[in-house]
Design a protein around this ligand. Structure first.
Ligand SMILES: Cc1cc2nc3c(=O)[nH]c(=O)nc-3n(C[C@H](O)[C@H](O)[C@H](O)COP(=O)(O)OP(=O)(O)OC[C@H]3O[C@@H](n4cnc5c(N)ncnc54)[C@H](O)[C@@H]3O)c2cc1C
Length: 361
């Protein structure tokens, strides 16, 4: 490694791959290594489709990265200490700069979720849902984008299931009235039952228990109400928030470890008006790219440019033939323009394909 700057990217999801792709032309003299526990990249934004029985694209990471002179190590990262990543399944790797992009996973915060609930947070969760979901009533917990998309996909692909979407607020509550109405009408047309007054406090093998004491029977429960992040950053002594996400400055550099940068779901990143960017592919891609630029700028002795960021729209699929595209103001609040129906389904599909293309080196 003599003299070569070693950049290690931890995580080959949207953020990590976007970072690696950016480094190839900009850090020509550096040695770039990507580490991921999985052998392949699975389009995470399609895991609800996979869980509902559809096939989705998958790419072999080694075949993708090695021809681009990116060294790939398949191993699970256990700790970061003294500029070294301790790996399980491969020799440890040393770095001069590290981009931390370990993403997020299911959050088993509520009693019984880890033991009894299905999930679509990871490819393994989705595979399990796809192969072992029983016939009968499926309760999808969470009225956020993932819960809505999964409920629609299950209702469309599995006519033998009855789907109940359960949340403490109406589905897509943060969108405009027009977008919310379309989500509700479409879910109802697909046969999804909706309950928006329910706070789940426990999941058991055959039911969910609500805060008001009532019990809802379920052949299967799928948890989509919030994601957690890997414990690695906290365990390794990096400054993290209450959820374990890496705290970063305006250049995405860890506030405690100057050689570590963080991007995507595993990072706390300030957005427009100082508000935190949300966990989204729409955040992971630009922040991964930006973290790479910040590393390269400092390597060249330059100050990194400022992260400029805003969301333009949010896309929610409602099965394969419908959807909602909500255009957003600069402060992330919903604007007046909303696309629905087949146009929205087509638009979302182009965005999902574009996201995979943007990550692919
Ligand atoms: C069903 C579903 C639908 C979604 N739909 C949308 C959408 O429509 N639009 C949108 O913007 N967002 C969507 N999201 C959110 C989006 O998928 C995430 O925000 C995005 O994947 C985050 O990217 P990331 O690179 O930060 O992390 P990930 O994509 O989670 O990648 C992290 C990588 O790190 C690896 N890793 C984790 N721990 C370790 C370890 N210890 N050692 C080695 N490797 C490790 C993992 O294997 C993984 O490859 C959806 C999410 C789900 C689950």
């Amino acid at each position: 490694m003599t003299g070569q700057h070693r950049i290690v990217v931890l995580g080959a999801g949207y953020a990590g791959l976007a970072a690696a792709r950016r480094l190839v032309p900009t850090a020509r003299d550096a040695h770039i290594t990507v580490v991921d526990a999985r052998a392949s990249f699975v389009e995470r934004v399609r895991l609800h489709q996979y869980g509902a029985g559809q096939s989705i694209p998958e790419w072999d990471l080694r075949e993708l990265l090695e021809p681009k002179r990116i060294h790939f190590v398949q191993a699970s990262a256990q700790a970061i200490e003294h500029k070294r990543v301790i790996l399980d399944g491969a020799p440890d790797v040393e770095y001069d700069s590290l981009i931390y992009a370990l993403g997020s996973t299911n959050d088993p915060g509520v009693q019984g979720v880890a033991e009894c609930a299905y999930s679509v947070a990871t490819p393994e969760d989705s595979e399990y849902l796809r192969t072992s979901i029983p016939v009968g009533r499926v309760v999808v917990v969470g009225g956020g984008a993932t819960g809505i998309e999964l409920a629609a996909e299950l209702a469309e692909s599995r006519p033998d299931s009855r789907v109940l979407l359960l949340g403490s607020d109406e589905p897509a509550s943060w969108l405009s009235a027009r977008a919310r109405d379309h989500v509700r009408r479409t879910l109802e047309r697909l046969g999804v039952e909706i309950r928006s007054d329910a706070k789940v406090i426990e999941v058991t093998p055959e039911s969910v228990r609500l805060a008001d004491g009532s019990v809802v029977e379920a052949a299967a429960t799928v948890w989509t109400a919030g994601f957690g992040v890997p414990e690695l950053a906290r365990r390794s002594g990096l400054a993290v928030d209450g959820h374990g996400r890496v705290l970063t400055d305006e250049t995405l550099r860890s506030i405690s470890h100057p050689d570590v940068y963080a991007a995507g779901d595993a990072a706390v990143i300030a957005g427009p008006g100082g508000r935190e960017l949300r966990m989204a592919c729409a955040t992971a891609l630009p922040t991964g790219k930006y973290a790479a630029d910040a590393v390269v700028a400092r390597l060249a002795g330059r100050a990194p440019r400022e992260l400029r960021f805003r969301y333009f729209f949010q896309c929610i699929s409602l099965g394969r033939r419908d959807g909602v595209i909500q255009f957003l103001h600069a402060d992330d609040s919903p604007g007046r323009t909303v696309l629905t129906g087949r146009t929205a389904a087509w638009f979302k599909e182009q965005i999902v394909r574009g996201a995979a293309g943007a990550a692919r080196p």
